[in-house]
Write a protein that binds this ligand. Structure first.
Ligand SMILES: O=P(O)(O)OC[C@H]1O[C@H](OP(=O)(O)OP(=O)(O)O)[C@H](O)[C@@H]1O
Ligand SMILES: NC(=O)CC[C@H](N)C(=O)O
Ligand SMILES: [Mg+2]
Length: 504
């Protein structure tokens, strides 16, 4: 997952973009970047690392201008070189930069078309560079010296006709403004905020409402699937539906794990959805094991806390924080390699002995993906003296790859693939394991908050891909180039790619 943000302001936006990226950090820890526009000049700083490490005072001073976009990256295509960090830039037409969250499913075809038909060179293996070039080509094709919002929307309409997969994007056109658009399934989130100042109205577009809140903007609404909004340099807001047959199918895994609980995605509170997940899972436990002997419910920090709390309440069993999280270690699941992920679990969490000694503990996590966390945590609970260690997952088993912006491309890496619940329990070392049912998860998220959302992208649980273009051949090819093993070899072979547009 990545985090994106754009601001059209009435005063310098560098600090706002930085602050916005900081609260979107949980969506991508590998790289960060900001590009601002100051009159007819663009300023860029991007590199590998966390937001706080990438931007120093000297970079912030150079990021001048009242309009800009930013990105935090969790790679799902290409490699993790700083050259593939975002925003990307093309000089023609007009000078355009773009930041993207998601993953294109027809990137290879598009790349070929770009070269053969559009005569454009793509310098990296990033699908986001392709998305930018498709947009740039479609804008250029109109052959205008000066453009207006109609031309921008026409270009986005044509992008939707060519591009498949998941894309929530913000693009900045020098001298004109910022355009934001969302694929016709609305798989990745994108929210709009506005702020009144004595100088006039300022606008922001960001992956999650937490960024809108943190910057002191007022939440306006989410972009609709297939919709584009264009905010011109004077702060005028324009919007248009640019795709045919748009159907809301937001990624349900955003609610399970990715998003911050204080965000509201597509009108649905992530926090409330997680509470309901806990509630439904508790009811399932009571149905399946009414005579349970659970002494205490313990969450696996951070994400499972909300659902674990509600689960314990509904179950009528004590909730205890038995694991303490090191606040300086980030999310382990989105780390690039399995070795690093494994090592980080132990660095990140430590058990409080007295909560485990002689007790039957129910550990609750939001999801089990590769089993990296659950396996080690269960062992830690045993080492801390637990009598029985039970495990509950607020999401159903993850059994299928994700192709829309979450880096889980290989079925073989998923602990739920090809195993039933009993075999998974054995593999992670649990005495008993319970998963949320998919229907319960859907009803926990759906509820009645937003009537427009009727279905979700549930592909990692169901194997059903809403874009309809994900074939077994595609998945095989994805697995070959993006498995942990393939990534390691490639990073060694490619070494450091020199970036064209970067400054130290
Ligand atoms: O089965 P796995 O492959 O280990 O993946 C699942 C785990 O990874 C995530 O935690 P993470 O540490 O990334 O973030 P968190 O602190 O937000 O819970 C998630 O919350 C689960 O705990
Ligand atoms: N997780 C994402 O949204 C990734 C965006 C893009 N596919 C990249 O790899 O940079
Ligand atoms: Mg976790």
């Amino acid at each position: 997952m990545c985090g994106i943000i754009g601001i059209v302001g009435k005063s310098p936006v560098n600090q706002g973009l930085y602050d916005g990226l900081t609260v979107l950090q949980h969506r991508g820890q590998d790289a960060a970047g900001i590009m601002t526009s100051d009159g007819d000049r663009l300023h860029l700083r991007k590199d590998n690392g966390l937001v706080r490490d990438v931007f120093h005072t000297r970079h912030m001073l150079r990021l001048k201008g009242n309009m800009g976009i930013g990105h935090v990256r969790y790679p799902t295509a290409g490699c993790s070189s700083s050259a593939e960090s975002q925003p990307f830039y093309v000089n023609s037409p007009y000078g355009i930069s773009l930041a993207h969250n998601g993953n294109l499913t027809n990137a290879d075809t598009l790349k070929g078309d770009m070269f053969r038909e559009d005569l454009r060179h793509i310098n990296t293996n990033s699908d986001s560079e392709i998305l930018l070039n498709v947009f740039a080509h479609e804008l250029q094709r109109q052959g205008k010296l000066r453009i207006d919002e109609g031309d921008v929307f026409e270009a986005v309409t044509r992008v939707h006709k060519r591009v498949r997969g998941a894309y929530a994007a913000v693009a900045m056109i020098i001298g004109y403004g910022i355009v934001a658009f969302r694929d016709k399934h609305g798989i990745r989130p994108l929210a709009i905020g506005r702020r009144e100042t004595p100088q006039g109205t300022e606008w922001t577009v960001a992956s999650e409402t937490v960024a809108v809140d943190a910057l002191g903007f007022e939440r306006v609404r989410d972009l609709e699937p297939g919709e584009a909004v264009f905010i011109d340099v004077d702060g005028n807001f324009h919007s248009r539906q640019c795709a045919e047959g748009s159907v809301y199918s937001p990624c349900i895994f955003e609610y399970v794990y990715f998003a911050r609980p204080d965000s509201i995605i597509d009108g649905i509170s992530v926090y409330k959805a997680r509470l309901r997940m806990g509630e439904r899972l508790a009811r399932k436990i009571l149905r399946e094991w009414p005579q349970h002997d659970i002494d205490v419910v313990i969450p696996i920090p951070d994400t499972s806390r909300t659902s674990a709390l509600q689960l314990s309440y509904e179950l009528g069993v004590l909730y205890r924080e038995g694991f303490i999280k090191n606040r300086y270690i980030g999310r382990t699941f989105i780390m690039p390699g399995q070795k690093q992920r494994k090592k980080s679990v132990r660095q990140k969490l430590n058990a409080i002995g007295l909560e485990f000694r002689g007790k039957n503990v129910l550990l609750v996590d939001d999801s089990i993906v590769r089993g990296t966390t659950s396996k080690q945590i269960i062992q830690m609970a045993r080492d801390a003296g637990a009598n029985k260690v039970y495990f509950a997952s607020a999401a159903p088993p993850v059994r299928y790859p994700n192709v829309y912006g979450i880096d889980m491309p290989t079925t073989a890496e998923l602990i739920g693939h090809g195993r039933d619940d009993k075999q998974i329990a054995e593999a992670i070392g649990a005495d008993w394991l319970i998963y949320q049912d998919l229907d319960d998860l859907i009803s926990a998220v759906l509820y009645k908050d937003n009537k427009k959302v009727r279905q979700f992208d549930t592909s990692v649980f169901s194997g059903e891909y809403p874009t309809g273009d994900v074939t077994p051949e595609y998945l095989k090819q994805l697995e070959q180039c993006r498995s942990d093993g393939a990534k390691e070899t490639r990073d060694l072979e490619e070494g450091v790619t020199i970036d064209l547009h970067n400054s130290e």
